[in-house]
Design a protein around this ligand. Structure first.
Ligand code: MN
Length: 128
């Protein structure tokens, strides 16, 4: 079974890019455009990793991450923060909120896929 990745991203262009890249290498992609949608998906499905846009409308990606990491069912799911911020010190804030890793936009395809693969811990085409 293909490992699943939840992508939380409100920008449709970024969402399409991330979903296309992940599907192209064999992941099962779930999508949410805001924190509420992410939490709704996570109520019934536990992915292998979550890509979390930090700048979301309404509840921020930081707050969504805190909520996920405070849930015993979900706390071990790796969360990769995705953000346009390029300011020094941000990574510390993301990690304090519970993010396991960090990617800045614009992403590079190789780094993006490497990070996801590392946190999923399973090749997308692996037999299981
Ligand atoms: Mn955004």
């Amino acid at each position: 079974m293909a490992p699943s990745v939840l992508v939380v991203e409100d920008n449709p262009t970024n969402m399409r890019l991330f979903a296309d890249l992940l599907r192209a290498v064999g992941y099962d992609v779930h999508q949410a455009s805001d924190a509420e949608g992410a939490l709704k998906t996570l109520a019934t499905h536990i992915p292998k990793a979550i890509l979390m846009d930090i700048q979301l409308p309404g509840i921020s990606g930081m707050e969504c991450t805190r909520q996920i990491k405070s849930d015993p069912r979900l706390k071990d799911v790796p969360i990769i923060a995705v953000t346009a911020f390029a300011m020094a010190g941000d990574e510390t804030r993301f990690r304090a909120a519970g993010c396991d890793d960090y990617l800045s936009k614009p992403i590079t395809v190789a780094a993006f896929l490497e990070k996801v693969a590392y946190h999923v811990g399973q090749a997308p085409d692996a037999e299981s």
